[in-house]
Design a protein. Structure first.
Length: 537
């Protein structure tokens, strides 16, 4: 559908946001385009192939059907290159916020064993209390996601993200001085709420300010920030006491606060609030040019289209058959991912390697393990779009089955017949390194990718909330299960159970999870509807 084909209602609603850009319409007398000429290809209003209508204007420029970007002059290419500086700065500053969340998630890995073995005599904690302390951020994250969803359109993406910094700073300061178990759990709970808010607002902000060519990298920085935070707290935790590491970590939200405050608000949000001139100035800054009329048109179209879309109810996730099919596929991927044991390994990394008593220092093993996780997560971004989702996920799951089974067998013999594995101290770090490499290549990112592709636009926000809650529930179950089985039976049993869960998950993945590589959202929805009809028959 072209711009000239807009309905009267769509025109009136779009005009509300255009704020003095009549040249956007080819039929307008003042238009820069001839009424008889076809508009530039990137001004066509067609069904969005974006996974998020928030990013419509940028997705259109990056669409495979669009030839406008290819035909731009060298001057425009230079403008895009200059844009990268502002966008990278905003991303770097914004990612400092999730760095703090990664620190909170990984805090139990170095410090929980130290607290339980009496390194901190003022902190009296039982193993059961320790297991609850570990899962506190997971319990709080869905609450934060709900708060973020409520605030992001009222206060803006930038301000909502920015307001999380003082809370995080105060929590780290409190953590440096307290020795009460309940207060420590409360601190981790509050930062978990902050995490939920940030995982709702920051990806939205980065998607709305970024150029198409680097949007994937910028959005991926959210996950990398959390991984780096986990690595950082493990390094600090092995060499510094809680007091020192907490004060060091408190500097991160301060740096985030005093750098991110200078970053621009999302132009999309500004237009939604009828602050069009302010949005125009932000676009000029981000794009490095005075000529932003065309992008303003695309932004306004995105806002207008959203206003016309009827908001879906939560029940439509389960009453509309194609949505229910999408929920089923996501649930398979999410449960396979969580029951591969990644969250318990994150919380108890140091404990696992200490129990293994390998040839390497457990502290060095943890650092190597987490560093490899960061590198392989970067590789995964490259592979998913080139080799396809299904083969990568199936290979990833198959390797997880084998490596978890081998690790469980090692711990079984170590606990039952130690002499059998006396010379195999190298085995746990080697096998678990293979596990984390293949886990990150497939299972880690697959639910995130599919949740953006399987659900139509009108239920996407609801689906994201459901996904965050469902994921958190599964994380809590696996973390508590790991703790219970380790205490009651030994380290080997949870590894065997996680291996068996991956085996069951692989069967469901092979049978039910579709390939979505190079498919538009419309094609994916069509496939889901066809499968739903077959199930009825």
């Amino acid at each position: 559908m072209k711009l000239r084909d807009l309905t009267n209602d769509q025109r009136r609603l779009a005009d509300k946001f255009f704020n003095g850009i009549p040249s956007a319409y080819p039929s307008s007398p003042s238009s820069k385009l001839s009424p008889t000429s076809a508009p530039p290809h990137h001004l066509l209003l067609r069904n969005s192939q974006s996974s998020n209508e928030h990013h419509f204007q940028n997705q259109r420029l990056n669409n495979k059907g669009s030839c406008a970007e290819i035909n731009q002059t060298n001057k425009f290419s230079k403008v895009i290159n200059r844009n990268y500086l502002y966008q990278y700065l905003a991303t770097l500053s914004g990612s400092l916020s999730v760095l703090s969340c990664g620190i909170n998630l990984g805090w139990t890995s170095p410090y929980l064993p130290q607290i339980l073995n009496g390194t901190y005599p003022d902190i009296v904690m039982t193993p059961t209390e320790g297991s609850w302390c570990a899962v506190m951020p997971l319990i709080a994250t869905p609450i934060g996601a709900l708060i973020g969803a409520l605030l992001v359109d009222k206060m803006g993406r930038k301000l909502t993200t920015l307001l999380m910094a003082p809370y995080t700073f105060l929590m780290f300061i409190f953590l440096a001085f307290v020795n009460n178990v309940m207060i420590i759990c409360l601190i981790r709970f509050v930062i978990g709420i902050v995490e939920g808010v940030l995982y709702t607002t920051l990806p939205m902000y980065l998607g709305e300010i970024s150029s198409p060519a680097i949007r994937g990298i910028l959005n991926a920085s959210v996950g990398f920030g959390a991984l780096l935070g986990t690595l950082l707290i493990n390094i600090l935790g092995f060499y510094y006491p809680i007091f020192t590491s907490s004060l060091i970590c408190s500097l991160i939200p301060l740096i985030h606060l005093f750098t991110f405050m200078w970053m621009p608000e999302s132009p999309y949000y500004l237009i939604k609030r009828n602050r069009n001139e302010e949005a125009r100035e932000v676009l000029k800054t981000l794009r490095g040019t005075q000529d932003v009329d065309e992008e303003m048109v695309l932004l306004c179209q995105a806002v207008a289209r959203q206003e016309l879309v009827k908001k879906a109810k939560f029940t439509e996730l389960f009453t509309v058959k194609s949505n229910l099919q999408a929920v089923f596929i996501f649930s398979i991927l999410c449960m396979t991912r969580k029951f591969s044991g990644n969250n318990p390994f994150l919380f108890y990394t140091a404990k696992i390697f200490q129990t293994a008593e390998g040839s390497l220092d457990p502290r060095l093993s943890v650092i190597i393990f987490l560093s490899i996780q960061i590198v392989t997560a970067m590789i995964a971004l490259y592979l998913l779009d080139r080799l396809g989702r299904r083969p990568i996920i199936m290979i990833s799951t198959a390797v997880c089955i084998v490596t978890l089974a081998i690790t469980g067998t090692y711990f079984f013999f170590k606990e039952q017949i130690p002499s059998y594995v006396a010379n195999l101290g190298w085995l746990p770090i080697t096998v678990l390194t293979l596990y984390i490499i293949f886990y990150n290549i497939g299972l880690e990112l697959s639910p995130i990718v599919y949740v953006g592709e399987l659900f139509p636009t009108n239920v996407k926000a609801i689906a994201l909330g459901f996904a965050e809650t469902f994921s958190a529930i599964n994380s809590i179950i696996t973390a508590k299960l790991f703790h219970f089985l380790t205490d009651s039976h030994g380290m080997y049993l949870p590894f065997w159970i996680f291996s068996a869960c991956c085996a069951v998950g692989l069967v469901f993945i092979v049978k039910f999870v579709p390939e979505t590589k190079n498919k538009t959202l419309e094609e994916i929805q069509s496939d889901l509807m066809k499968k739903s009809k077959k199930l009825d028959l």
